[in-house]
Design a protein around this ligand. Structure first.
Ligand SMILES: CC(C)(COP(=O)(O)OP(=O)(O)OC[C@H]1O[C@@H](n2cnc3c(N)ncnc32)[C@H](O)[C@@H]1OP(=O)(O)O)[C@@H](O)C(=O)NCCC(=O)NCCS
Length: 184
């Protein structure tokens, strides 16, 4: 089992998060978003964005690091954008390609959920592009498909699916309990 560790982001993580962000977007959304949009993505521009988010509230950004301390995945959360039915929202969750399917996404998602509960959000939604097969990851982690909408990305309208967790404290408690139960 590969060793990894999840922690709150620091200002010095912005450059590495931005690099991963651009690389995973290109790998994940090739054939889903336009080539011109993906080619135009810029790590230095995204770095500025991430530095701002981390500076504003570092606890809203979580990173996974390898044994050497290199950031290999990241995620971010906060109060939901529409604030209607679900109080919290996970805005991003990306694991570097070489590190996928090792349990890091699950660990990061749980860390983001804990952060949301800490700031009083009892429920959460995550929007995923409909054409992204990774959306089944959220289903696997107990999310329920609750909404659909179109939103603009790179000059075109894309279909997205909203996955929701209606009771985050209960979900975290059940998950912790399941982890403590040895497999037979
Ligand atoms: C989707 C993503 C976040 C999942 O993280 P991960 O570290 O690869 O996944 P994990 O190893 O934590 O998987 C947890 C469980 O989900 C399952 N799973 C992972 N990816 C899956 C997928 N695409 N479809 C269905 N199940 C999936 C795993 O098999 C595992 O199941 P288990 O309970 O039997 O162990 C990650 O692969 C990723 O960043 N992908 C590219 C970018 C992306 O699409 N991000 C989401 C955009 S909103």
């Amino acid at each position: 089992m590969e060793e990894f560790h999840v922690r709150v982001a620091r200002p010095g993580d912005a450059a590495r998060i931005a690099r991963l962000d651009v690389d995973t977007w290109r790998a994940t959304y090739a054939g889903i978003l336009t080539n011109s949009f993906l080619v135009a993505l810029s790590a230095p521009r995204r770095e500025l964005g991430w530095a701002t988010v981390i500076e504003r509230e570092p606890r809203d950004v979580r990173v996974a690091t390898d044994a050497q301390g290199t950031v290999i995945g990241f995620g971010s959360c906060g109060r939901s954008r529409d604030r209607a039915e679900f109080a919290g929202e996970v805005f991003t969750l990306y694991i570097g390609q070489d590190w996928q399917n090792l349990g890091i996404g699950r660990q990061l998602l749980l860390s983001l959920f804990e952060r949301l509960v800490d700031q009083g959000c009892g429920s959460a939604i995550i929007w995923v592009l409909r054409d992204n097969p990774n959306r089944y990851f959220y289903q696997r982690l107990g999310g329920q498909e609750v909404r659909r909408k179109k939103f603009p990305v790179g000059g075109s309208q894309v279909e997205a699916t909203g996955y929701a967790w209606r009771d985050l404290p209960r979900f975290l408690e059940t998950t912790a309990r399941a982890k403590d139960t040895p497999e037979t």
